[in-house]
Design a protein around this ligand. Structure first.
Ligand code: PAF
Length: 279
């Protein structure tokens, strides 16, 4: 596996691969890699000649300094995992390779989806994601790029970004990778003790309940029941809602043509966890 730590050497190597007509599959990450990330590379390996991974904790997508500072950083282990799964290129840019002048995001109009859910809860978050992803796509020039459905709204934002900027890359979404007990894998889980990881199962359990209720129960009643689940716990429910998978707008009246998904954000011992499930 080749490791590049600056833009110039990466871009030079990519240009060489392009000359050889190699197809490139890419999945960007913020490190603290786990099996969820690895599942992206496994899919990518089947569909591309060369696999590129990036590890960059992007400061502009954090709206909370503490979250940025506490974000787990496990570079040595990340490189081992990438090598073992068969990634060809690991790109670990410096800050100036992504933000040459100032560490500031561009602002985007994603047609409104940026104002729903995570966009409302984390102002500026999707501008930060859009900025770093468009810069990484420009440098890596992949044919295919892979993102997990755990950040379902992010995936929609990136599809929109590619459409707006008319980029020649296919965006692929990959299903949420869950532990055997249902816990969605997340880099933030590294900040939880084993006991807290057990407690975090409340996200999966609640979403599974909602999926069961959804065909026959009123949305208002489902919301009430979810609020009740959390009332008797020490965990803080930041938001729960069911939205249209396309528009990401909260459900008002069920339409037989639409597909819906339940979204949940919960704080457990100071860690913000998110999960979602089609319903
Ligand atoms: O999903 C992530 O890890 C990040 O948001 C991404 C896409 C790597 C951009 O920093």
């Amino acid at each position: 596996m080749k490791v590049f730590r600056d833009q110039a050497s990466l871009v030079e190597y990519i240009a060489q691969l392009k000359k050889e007509n190699k197809t490139i599959g890419f999945a960007p990450t913020m490190g603290a890699l786990h099996q969820g990330h690895m599942s992206l590379y496994s899919i990518a390996k089947k569909e591309n000649d060369i696999i590129v991974a990036s590890v960059f904790v992007n400061p502009t997508q954090f709206n909370n300094l503490e979250d940025l500072e506490k974000y787990p950083r496990t570079e040595e282990n990340d490189l081992l995992l990438l090598e073992n799964i068969g990634v060809d290129i690991a790109y670990l840019p410096r800050i100036q390779d992504i933000y040459p002048t100032e560490t500031k995001s561009k602002s985007y109009d994603f047609g409104g989806i940026e104002n729903e859910m995570e966009g409302a809860a984390r102002p500026g978050h999707f501008d930060g994601v859009g900025t770093v992803v468009s810069e990484l796509l420009r440098q890596v020039q992949p044919d295919n790029a892979y993102f997990g459905e755990k950040d379902f709204q992010q995936l929609a934002i990136i599809r929109k970004l590619v459409e707006i900027k008319n980029l020649k890359v296919n965006i692929h979404g990959a299903p949420i990778f869950r532990a055997e007990n249902g816990l969605a894998l997340s880099s933030r889980n590294a900040r939880l003790t084993e006991k807290e990881k057990e407690e975090a199962l409340i996200l999966y359990q609640t979403l599974s309940q909602v999926k069961e209720w959804f065909p026959t129960m009123d949305y208002a009643e489902i919301k009430e029941k979810v609020a009740q689940i959390f009332e008797n716990t020490p965990y803080e429910l930041e938001y729960f809602l069911i939205a249209d998978e396309k528009t990401l707008k909260e459900l008002e009246e069920k339409s037989p043509e639409a597909h819906y998904r339940a979204f949940l954000v919960v704080w457990i011992s100071g860690v913000r966890l998110i999960d979602n499930m089609a319903c």
